[in-house]
Each structure stands twice: as structure tokens, then as C-alpha cells.
Write a protein that binds this ligand. Structure first.
Ligand code: GSH
Length: 206
């Protein structure tokens, strides 16, 4: 693929926080030439957003990518687009596998929304999120991963939904709270050992 530029903003001054990192992980894993540009969500953003919409980024939201002079938006569709461009590298082998990936990505969307609500909500909302919502989502993904030998959602082959699962766990600071989830534990152990991911994660702690 041509060089990809990924645009997102820096959330709470932490490089990986938020949606952009899902795409970054996939770009790193695929060893694609890319640049990660951070925009500011300040007063200038509203004008920039209008300009982006005029330039074909219909949603006017972050993250988006620019490749071959075109702009493409929305996290999961961007990941699917890159996968398709790479010969379905991060897709399933058939419609049924792709349905599984699609449904997992959809649930990650629900999880992200519920995390956002809790983050902006009362202490009671936050408590419910930690005690009720998070375990419910962890249970769901433990089930997905237990359907085959793993370590990933479709077995040995990694897919775009795996990046979403890993990053959701990371953003939720749940990576070291998986003792009761053997399949998620195996998943994370394998994910972080992928050579390009390992390099990327090491670069973050420098
Ligand atoms: N589901 C969308 C969410 C996009 C979204 O709402 N992005 C936020 C940042 S996380 C944004 O662009 N906010 C600024 C705005 O809407 O103007 C995706 O995955 O891309």
C-alpha cells in the first residue's frame, strides 16, 4: 500500500488512549509505511472539521486516514479497508468467520460507548461500569475466544477484531486483571509477543 497518514488527537496526554491506537496497532503489525499525526481538539478543530467534510471525510470525525490523496473515516471501517487492500489479510476465510469478526467489532463498539458514559457519569455510574459492565464484556470475549484453540478469535490467524479486543482491554486497564479469564489471558500473551507489536509496545515505554 501507499504510505498511510493516520490522524487522531492525543487523549489525556497518553499516546495510546482512544480509538486511533486500534488502527496504529494494525499498521504496526502489517509493517505498513505510515505516519501518525496528532490534531488538537481545540477551537480551530471546528473549522478544520468543516474543511475535512468538504474534502470527502463525510463524518468529520477522528480517527481518519489519508492514503493516495483520499481521506477515509471511522475506526473499524478503516481497519477493514486496510485489510481488504492487503488481500483480506486481517479478515476471515469465509462469510461465517467474517460474521464473527463483525459481531465482535460491534460489541467492542458497545463496550467503548459504555466506558465513555461511565467516564462522563457519576461515581455510581463508574462503579456500575467496573463491577457490572466490564465483567459482562470480559465474559463475552472469553466465550468468543473459547470457541476454538486460539489464541485469537479465529484461531491461529489474527484478524482486525483482535486488535480491537486487545486495545479495549488496554484502554480499560484490564490487561492485568484477567486471572479469571484463561482464554483472554492466552490471547493477550500471544498478542504482545507478535514481533512488530512487541517492538511497538517497547517503543511506547521509552
Ligand atoms: N465510531 C466512530 C467515532 C468517531 C468519533 O466520535 N470520534 C471522536 C473522537 S474519539 C471525534 O472525532 N470527536 C470530535 C468531533 O466529533 O468533532 C469511530 O470509530 O471512528
Amino acid at each position: 500500500m501507499e504510505k498511510i497518514t493516520l490522524y487522531y488527537f492525543l487523549v489525556n496526554n497518553k499516546a495510546t488512549l482512544g480509538l486511533g491506537e486500534n488502527i496504529k496497532l494494525l499498521l504496526e503489525d502489517a509493517a505498513l509505511e505510515h505516519e501518525y499525526v496528532r490534531l488538537e481538539l481545540d477551537e480551530a478543530w471546528n473549522n478544520k472539521k468543516v474543511q475535512l467534510v468538504k474534502e470527502g471525510l463525510y463524518s468529520g470525525t477522528l480517527p481518519y486516514i489519508e492514503v493516495g490523496g483520499k481521506k477515509f473515516g471511522r475506526t473499524v471501517p478503516i481497519m477493514r479497508y486496510i485489510s481488504v487492500k492487503l488481500g483480506n489479510k486481517y479478515h476471515g476465510a469465509n462469510d461465517e468467520e467474517n460474521q464473527i469478526l463483525d459481531s465482535a467489532a460491534d460489541i467492542i463498539g458497545d463496550w467503548f460507548e459504555s466506558a465513555k458514559l461511565a467516564f462522563n457519569g457519576s461515581n455510581e455510574d463508574k462503579k456500575k461500569y467496573v463491577e457490572v459492565d466490564t465483567p459482562r464484556f470480559l465474559d463475552i470475549f472469553e466465550r468468543y475466544l473459547s470457541a476454538q484453540e486460539g489464541p485469537y478469535i479465529l484461531g491461529e490467524k489474527i484478524s482486525y477484531s483482535d486488535f480491537l479486543i486487545y486495545h479495549r482491554l488496554d484502554d480499560d486497564m484490564a490487561l492485568d486483571r484477567l486471572a479469571d479469564y484463561p482464554n483472554l489471558t492466552k490471547f493477550v500473551q500471544s498478542f504482545v509477543e507478535r514481533p512488530n507489536i512487541k517492538k511497538h509496545l517497547a517503543s511506547l515505554s521509552k
